[in-house]
Design a protein around this ligand. Structure first.
Ligand code: C2E
Ligand code: MG
Ligand code: MG
Length: 643
């Protein structure tokens, strides 16, 4: 699938954290490197310490052996007080580079002979001045001294004194220390380079994953993840700066129809176009995300006044109009949008999202293609809607609060009863009487309408099967909603219900509004033809209030057309209504349809409509909708008597 980089999601809080993350992680890396360096240095120092100790111990042992040998050799020269020989023997010690001085003292402790390396101080003249005697040693930082008794025949004849410099030891230790250190530093540098390289690779992979997880694959703009993070960040920012944020939910109108007619690939193209257009409306500080399906969201930093925001809303609504599709065709797209602001409408994210959603639904209810601002009163409507949904579910599962009432349909020719319209009634313990319009609207929204619709149809058919069928057959007219007609099982269900309840098909009439018909163009026409073939009567309800195509309606197997009661209300005084009614009657008769007038409240209206050629009359002047039992009694009343 082709993706557009339309609007790269701006850094989300997580990404912002990421911004400070390099600093944090590089600090972490340098701290670990420092710790490793210190550890290595400690090891090197420890090795050097051990080295020093072992070298010094070895040197002492060697020196002791050396001193013993020299003492042994020099003993004869000392017995004979032969200074020259003694000096010569001492000379042999020069071979050891560490020896800087050596001397032989006689039994009286006086210096007999000495060998001192050039530049080094002479030895003390007496053994006493050495401060040492017998077999002893003394080690300073730079010098190691030792004395060794010289034994003659049967007695000690003198003392050998050797002075050694530690410089060579230090030199060797130094070389070892620095070379070990150098090796350690090189190893550290190599390890650091490897760690940094693999870290960079990991970071790159992480960034890529982050982008993928926050981008919508179809449009290339931020997805729901990005939206959640961005909204959280913007709310936090607004809190700290005491500023405002506006959240706009946008839902495309009738996207499903576009998707079905254009195909899914073109549908994706349309979504990309929408994202592109939205991008052209927003400012760089605003965020666009696709929440899924045909839902988009805008997050605005609200640094504008209400008038500017209104212009913004208008620009948003006007931005789509015609979209050029990839295949060359043009599509008209409208959207419904809802706005909620922080902190004015809601003090937190959940509230803000809920309110924007509520406002968006209100925009849909108000006829789509508009932007609606959230108002507190909308929430009461939402709460009521939820309560109705909850109660209706329970009612459909195991309640007995639902009932069908029947409003008589009267023949205009002789005012005989020809049938009744079945109208839903619901009395709930807490909600009271809920209007059928409200019940149907909620049921349509939450998907309960199909179940409810079948319950209505079955109840109406069952009741109608028991009606007095001695004279002309009495029809029951049942209202249908759009989703019912769209249900693939509808035809089969209607046939099953008629059979099971024992009602002949010609005694059932189905009322469909123009909107219901227009929302089920293709599949609807087929179903309607099949229903008509079965003998079921079809009528167009509330005629004149919808925007139907007459040429389309003409192709449908309709029997009857019901003039909406809004045109009946002001009859016969208002000329406008008179004109409309006579036009509708002429049109219906021209198309071979019967005409029903509903909402007749006065005798005058009934007479006028009869005079205009209406075929069937319905209204309070004849009877109000009544329970099934009462309708049975109504059938037995003398003709023309209202109830
Ligand atoms: P509708 O199909 O146009 O039904 C006629 C409405 O006009 C009924 O309102 C009826 O009580 C009312 N009415 C009849 N005569 C008069 C009159 O003389 N004056 C006035 N002011 N009103 C009159 P109701 O029962 O409140 O139903 C309203 C709408 O609810 C119906 O309009 C129909 O669209 C819908 N509805 C009712 N029951 C059902 C149902 O079982 N299924 C579906 N899908 N919709 C239903
Ligand atoms: Mg009706
Ligand atoms: Mg009606």
């Amino acid at each position: 699938m082709k993706t557009h980089a339309i609007n790269e999601p701006e850094p989300t809080p997580m990404q912002k954290q990421d911004g400070s993350q390099p600093l944090l992680s590089s600090r972490l890396v340098s701290t670990s490197i420092l710790a490793a360096g210190l550890a290595l240095l400690t090891v090197v120092l420890a090795i050097t310490g051990i080295d020093y100790w072992s070298t010094r111990t070895a040197m002492l042992q060697d020196s002791r052996v050396e001193a013993a040998i020299v003492a042994d050799n020099v003993s004869a020269a000392l017995v004979f007080h032969d200074a020259a020989t003694a000096k010569e023997i001492l000379y042999a010690l020069r071979a050891s580079p560490m020896v800087i001085g050596a001397g032989v003292y006689d039994a009286q402790g006086l210096l007999l002979a000495q060998q001192v390396r050039e530049g080094k101080p002479d030895l003390p003249a007496t053994v006493l001045s050495l401060g040492m005697n017998g077999e002893s040693e003394r080690s300073g930082l730079r010098v190691l001294e030792m004395t060794q008794p010289i034994h003659g025949p049967g007695t000690t004849v003198g003392t050998l004194y050797i002075r050694k410099s530690m410089d060579a030891v230090y030199m060797r230790l130094g070389v070892r220390f620095f070379s070990t250190l150098l090796i350690a530093v090189c190893a550290m540098a190599l390890a650091t380079a490897m760690v940094l390289r693999s870290r960079a690779a990991v970071r790159e992979a992480e960034n890529r994953l982050h982008t993928l997880a926050h981008t919508d694959a179809v449009t290339g703009i931020g997805n729901r993840h990005a939206f959640n993070e961005r909204l959280t960040a913007e709310i936090e920012r607004a809190r700290s700066l005491a500023s405002r944020v506006a959240l706009i939910y946008i839902d495309l109108d009738n996207f499903k129809t576009h998707n079905d007619t254009l195909g899914h690939t073109a549908g994706d193209g349309l979504l990309r176009q929408v994202a592109g257009r939205l991008h052209s409306v927003v400012r760089s500080t605003d965020t666009i995300c696709r929440l899924g399906g045909d839902e988009f969201a805008l997050i605005l930093r609200l640094d504008m006044d209400d008038a500017t925001l209104e212009k913004y809303e208008q620009r948003l609504i006007n931005t789509f109009q015609t979209l050029d599709m990839e295949a060359g065709q043009q599509v008209n797209v409208t959207c419904s949008a809802g706005i909620a602001t922080f902190p004015d409408d809601a003090p937190d994210i959940d509230g803000l999202m809920g309110h924007a959603d509520t406002a968006m639904y209100r925009a849909k209810e108000m006829g789509k293609n508009r932007c609606v601002r959230f108002e507190a009163s909308m929430n009461q409507a939402v709460v009521r809607r939820h309560a109705i949904e909850h109660a209706l579910r329970a009612e459909l599962a195991h309640g007995d609060g639902l009932a069908m009432h029947y409003q008589p349909l009267i023949s205009a020719a002789d005012e005989s009863l020809v049938g009744a319209e079945a109208l839903l009634r619901w009395t709930h313990a807490e909600l009271g009487n809920v209007s059928p319009l409200e019940v149907v609207a909620v049921a349509e929204e939450c998907g309960l309408i199909v179940t409810l619709g079948y319950w209505v149809l079955r109840t109406a058919c069952r009741d109608a099967a028991g009606w007095n069928d001695a004279g002309a057959p009495l029809r029951v007219a049942v209202n249908l909603s759009a989703q019912q007609l769209g249900d693939p099982q509808f035809l089969q269900q209607v046939m099953d219900i008629l059979r099971e309840e024992g009602l002949p098909a010609h005694r059932l009439e189905l009322e469909l509004t123009e909107t219901v018909l227009m929302e089920n163009l293709e599949a609807g026409a087929h179903t309607l033809h099949r229903l008509s073939q079965l003998g079921i009567h079809l009528s167009i309800d509330d005629f004149g209030t919808g925007y139907s195509s007459l040429s389309y309606l003409r192709q449908l197997p309709m029997r009857r057309l019901k003039i909406d009661r809004s045109f009946v209300k002001d009859l016969p005084r208002q000329e406008h209504s008179r004109t409309i009614v006579s036009a509708i009657v002429a049109l219906a008769h021209g198309l071979g349809l019967q005409v029903t007038a509903e909402g007749i409240e006065t005798r005058e209206q009934a007479d006028y409509l009869t005079g205009q050629g209406c075929d069937i009359l319905q209204g309070y002047v004849f009877a109000r909708p009544m329970p099934a039992q009462q309708f049975l009694a109504f059938q037995a009343r003398p003709r023309g008597q209202a109830m």
